[in-house]
Write a protein that binds this ligand. Structure first.
Ligand SMILES: CC(C)(COP(=O)(O)OP(=O)(O)OC[C@H]1O[C@@H](n2cnc3c(N)ncnc32)[C@H](O)[C@@H]1OP(=O)(O)O)[C@@H](O)C(=O)NCCC(=O)NCCS
Length: 158
C-alpha cells in the first residue's frame, strides 16, 4: 500500500541526503537553472511508515516541471504513484504541460516516462558539459558507462 503525502518541513534533511546520495549534491540543474531540491514543493511516497520515494516540482505559468524523481524500491509502483500525484496536482493548478529532463545515459528513466505516456520533445546537445562547470560533481560516465553529455526533455500535455 503506497501512501502519497506532500513534502513538509520535517522532510528537508532527508531530501538533502537523498539528493546528495543520488544526484551528487542537494542542487539539481535543469535547462540551465539550478534548484536547491529541499526548497521545492513535492510529494513523498510512504510504505509502512517509511519514506520510499520523492518527487519535487516547480510550476511556472501553466507548466509543471518535475525537477527530480526517486523511487527507493524500484518496480513496485512508487514512481508511477508519484507521477499520478503530480499529474493530479498540476491539473488542479490548471497546468497545461507536465515536463522534465533526463540525461542521455538514463535509458531506464526514459523507458519509464514513455511507458507512462510522456513523449520526447527536445534534445539539448552538450547541455551537461556546460552544467559541469556549475556542478563539478556531475560524473563523466553514467548508467552503463555511457558518457553523460546531453539533456533530453519529455512532456505530457494535461
Ligand atoms: C525511474 C524510476 C523513478 C522508476 O520508478 P519505479 O518505482 O521503479 O517505477 P514503477 O514501479 O512505478 O513503474 C511504473 C511502470 O514503469 C515501468 N518501468 C519502470 N522502470 C522501467 C524501466 N527501466 N524500463 C522499462 N519500464 C520501466 C514499470 O514496469 C511499470 O510499468 P507497468 O505500469 O506497466 O507495470 C526509478 O527507477 C528511479 O528512481 N530511478 C533513479 C532516479 C531517476 O533516474 N529518476 C528519473 C530522472 S529525474
Amino acid at each position: 500500500m503506497i501512501e502519497i503525502r506532500a513534502v513538509g518541513e520535517n522532510d528537508k534533511e532527508w531530501i538533502r541526503k537523498l539528493s546528495s546520495d543520488h544526484w551528487g549534491s542537494p542542487i539539481v540543474i535543469t535547462r540551465g537553472k539550478a534548484y536547491q531540491v529541499d526548497s521545492l514543493d513535492g510529494f513523498i511516497a510512504i510504505i509502512d511508515d517509511k519514506r520510499s520515494g520523492l518527487i519535487t516540482f516547480n510550476i511556472e505559468d501553466d507548466e509543471c516541471e518535475i525537477v527530480a524523481l526517486n523511487s527507493l524500491t524500484e518496480g513496485i509502483g512508487i514512481g508511477k504513484s508519484l507521477i499520478e500525484a503530480i499529474k493530479r496536482f498540476a491539473e488542479s493548478r490548471q497546468c497545461r504541460r507536465l515536463w522534465m529532463v533526463t540525461t542521455n545515459d538514463n535509458t531506464p528513466a526514459r523507458s519509464f516516462y514513455q511507458k507512462l505516456g510522456f513523449r520526447i520533445c527536445a534534445v539539448y546537445k552538450g547541455a551537461i558539459d556546460q552544467y559541469r562547470k556549475l556542478k563539478p560533481e556531475i560524473p563523466i560516465y553514467g548508467i552503463d558507462s555511457i558518457p553523460i553529455r546531453d539533456e533530453i526533455e519529455l512532456e505530457m500535455m494535461i
